[in-house]
Design a protein around this ligand. Structure first.
Ligand code: ZN
Length: 242
């Protein structure tokens, strides 16, 4: 099975369209979306609609949950709060219903999939270092767990001796008896200094993991955000990839 795994689209339709075009040429069997389809960006409904029939597995993110009014936004920063409120106002009933079909996590023989952490999927914690990773390796049984949430692509591996280390987000092939937590990065708001949309292609038959970057017209999304009256800080960060 060949999968495209995408996350953190955040209403950035232009980035999503470019990613979907790339995925089309990759002949995948499944598209997995790890959540945060909405929040920050100007086209939440359009992104939800686009993924509605295309994504085979749809995981709930903290911004999705916040827009539905379930996750408390007092912990969000000011700009994120503003964007959540804006999204709540403009989101259609159909969009809300679509979001309500998203699941907190998903497990198959191939992998475990969750937005933030396998240990506490709805608490929206972060896996930022080997200590966070160590606790989380106990929370799933598969060889691989795919996550999003930090908007930075990376990978933690737990070797047969249970030695945990972080590796760079560059292509590799899974090793026998090693387990992985792979962060696929963000389609709509990368924060690793590279504004190009990020996602992962995974082939469970040969164990190949490919970290893909796709440039898109950032200006187009920025103009739509300006028109929507979204915070200047959020508009600027897109071109910095931060
Ligand atoms: Zn996010």
């Amino acid at each position: 099975m060949r999968q495209a795994i995408i996350s953190d689209i955040h209403g950035n339709l232009e980035a999503l369209e470019q990613v979907l075009e790339r995925i089309e040429g990759e002949h995948v069997d499944q598209i997995v979306c790890l959540g945060d389809v909405v929040g920050y960006g100007p086209f939440p409904d359009e992104c939800l609609q686009r993924l509605s029939s295309l994504a085979d597995i749809k995981i709930l993110g903290n911004h999705d949950d916040a827009v539905l009014g379930r996750t408390d936004i007092t912990d969000f920063n000011e700009h994120a709060r503003t964007a959540v409120r804006w999204t709540r106002e403009i989101l259609s009933q159909q969009g809300r219903e679509e979001l309500m079909t998203f699941v907190p996590h998903f497990s198959s023989e191939i992998a475990h999939y969750v937005h933030a952490t396998p240990l506490s999927p709805m608490e929206w914690d972060y896996i930022l270092n080997v200590f966070d990773a160590e606790r989380n390796f106990t929370a799933f049984t598969q060889r691989v767990c795919f996550i999003g949430h930090t908007h930075v692509a990376y990978c933690f591996e737990s070797t047969p001796e249970e030695f945990i280390r972080m590796r760079r987000a560059s292509g590799f092939t899974l090793s026998n008896h090693t387990r992985y937590i792979i962060n696929v990065g963000s389609v709509g708001q990368p924060r690793d200094g590279n504004p190009a949309a990020a996602f992962v292609i995974f082939d469970d038959e040969n164990g190949a993991v490919e970290f893909v970057r796709v440039p898109y017209d950032v200006k187009k999304t920025q103009l739509a955000m300006q028109k929507a009256g979204l915070p200047e800080f959020l508009i600027k960060r897109l071109q910095l990839g931060h």
